[in-house]
Design a protein around this ligand. Structure first.
Ligand code: AFP
Length: 334
């Protein structure tokens, strides 16, 4: 018999999961399927990013005569259009848009809310460095037909599903519906995402720290002492740690998910709330990290417990395996 794991497409996996839960309506499966279609379209453009520049360098129009769009704008529109018609969503919000995005009048309004960062790390595109798309799904809380801002401003703990797609040396979709974290790798030759990592767990202890050390002159002493500790030598505790920093949050978080260690974008004297966005980056990634057995905080409280006050607010973040997160706590709250 062939190894059926190798034949496990995202579609089939979602279908089988749905059957394990008799009350499931199939709405999640439909939403995740539509997201995977958007991911394939974004992957197609991302994988020819350099070519788009070459083709666009003369008259900024592609071969079909369409205006060439920046990739992040393309990803933003593609995800919106892949998700707007299904009747499952009542509202969306994207990191690229100031306000919430309503569902077009011609389509039904549904029970769910989608928040997304269409292309995280877009300043890395030109250098061919890993970028990704991140998503969060919530149940709507507002009455009525159209979704509202309040539907989008829910605590991360209310997420019913979250995940991301990484366009790296291969394209990988990671998601959780609160029942573990699962990964699917895109096989372009068959046009499908195939199950590659089921029930991913973050190592309890790692060997890597990940932070923009160029900003260390702005850090407070507690963060500095913690990082100094990780960098100092001690064989019995596995130090020094190695530094890895991509500058794409979803890439750094994905490596932390698989290899363990800690990723941080702390607040500092220039940016007290750090740089990363609570709703579009920190909540979905923290949901995944927690589901994989890790932890994510802003240094004071669990990221998923923060009540967002606005769509684009920032928060400091520290996430990683249990051992490094407990160690961090000792430095932040001695
Ligand atoms: P861009 O989308 O502008 O590239 O920003 C990416 C990002 O929001 C996040 O993905 C990175 O972790 C972070 O910025 C990197 O910021 P620094 O350049 O300040 O380290």
């Amino acid at each position: 018999m062939p190894d059926t794991k190798k034949l496990m497409t995202l579609e089939r996996y979602l279908h089988e999961q749905e059957h394990l839960h008799p009350s499931a309506t199939g709405e999640f499966s439909a939403l995740l399927h539509d997201l995977s279609v958007a991911a394939k379209l974004v992957w197609r453009e991302v994988s020819k990013a350099g070519l788009i520049n070459i083709m666009g360098s003369t008259n900024r129009r592609n071969i079909s005569g369409d205006l060439i769009k920046k990739l992040d704008e393309f990803a933003d529109e593609t995800i919106y259009r892949a998700m707007d018609y299904s009747g499952h969503l009542c509202v969306m919000a994207s990191e690229e848009n100031e306000d919430i995005l309503h569902i077009p009048e011609e389509y039904r309004s549904g029970n769910y809310v989608l928040l997304y960062d269409p292309l995280d790390g877009s300043s890395n595109i030109e250098a061919n460095v890993t970028i990704g798309s991140i998503f969060s799904i919530y149940k709507r809380i507002s009455p009525g037909d159209k979704g509202t801002l309040s539907d989008c401003l829910q605590k991360g703990v209310k997420q019913v599903a979250a995940g991301y797609i990484i366009y790296g040396s291969s394209t990988v979709l990671i998601y959780s519906t609160g029942n573990g974290v699962h990964g699917f790798t895109y096989d372009p030759s068959v046009g499908e995402f195939l199950l590659s990592n089921e029930h991913i767990t973050i190592p309890g202890k790692g060997t890597i720290y990940s932070i923009n050390e160029g900003r260390s002159c702005y850090w407070d002493d507690k963060v500095r002492h913690f990082i100094d500790y990780l960098k100092s030598e001690d064989e019995t505790t596995g130090r020094p740690y190695s530094l890895r920093y991509i500058g794409t949050m979803v890439g750094d978080a994905h490596r932390t998910l698989l290899y363990g260690g800690i990723f941080a974008y702390p607040g500092d004297s220039k940016n007290p709330n750090g740089k990363l966005r609570l709703c579009y980056e920190c909540n979905p990634v923290s949901f995944i990290i927690e589901q994989a057995g890790g932890m994510a905080t802003d240094g004071e409280q669990r990221i998923l417990d923060i009540q967002p006050a606005s769509l684009h607010e920032h928060t400091p973040i520290f996430l990683g395996g249990k051992e490094e997160m407990k160690l961090l706590e000792r430095f932040l709250h001695p």
